[in-house]
Design a protein around this ligand. Sequence first.
Ligand SMILES: [Zn+2]
Length: 170
Amino acid sequence: MTTPPFDPASTKDIATVSAQLGRPARNVLGIAARCVCGAPTVVATAPRLDDNTPFPTLYYLSHPAATAAMSGLEATQVMPVLQDLLATDDEIRSQYQAAHEQYIANRESIAVVDEIAGISAGGMPVRVKCLHALAAHALAAGPGVNPIGDLALAKSDWSPLICQCMEYSV
Ligand SMILES: [Zn+2]
């Protein structure tokens, strides 16, 4: 797990992320989390891409098995359950708000981009919209920072501690 400043990604890391995404990885700042085998799990992307597009998603889940697991969870009834939890549990709600603020602080430590001011990812701070983004934040920040991301990881059948990597043909 890593939050800024990131070590630069290696050429191999960037090639692996590109293979994971199925397209060239753009504006990679570093690798924010890795599989137990060392393959990237979460890629950190610049807040503004080279083509000038603002990019709010600092932490992007790139690992195919992890993204599949989150898509699988989103297809169950877990989203409304997590949304309800946010509505009824004061502690989780305040942790989620803090996670939102930390996410933006992490990103703004790299660059402040006016178009995405106040915007984090995944529906934070009051909605549960994208488990991929929330799990990516939880993996980068470590346990205890993003409560919904932590719960999504706990409910999923994927773990960073068990390698389910494919051959990335890097
Ligand atoms: Zn692996």
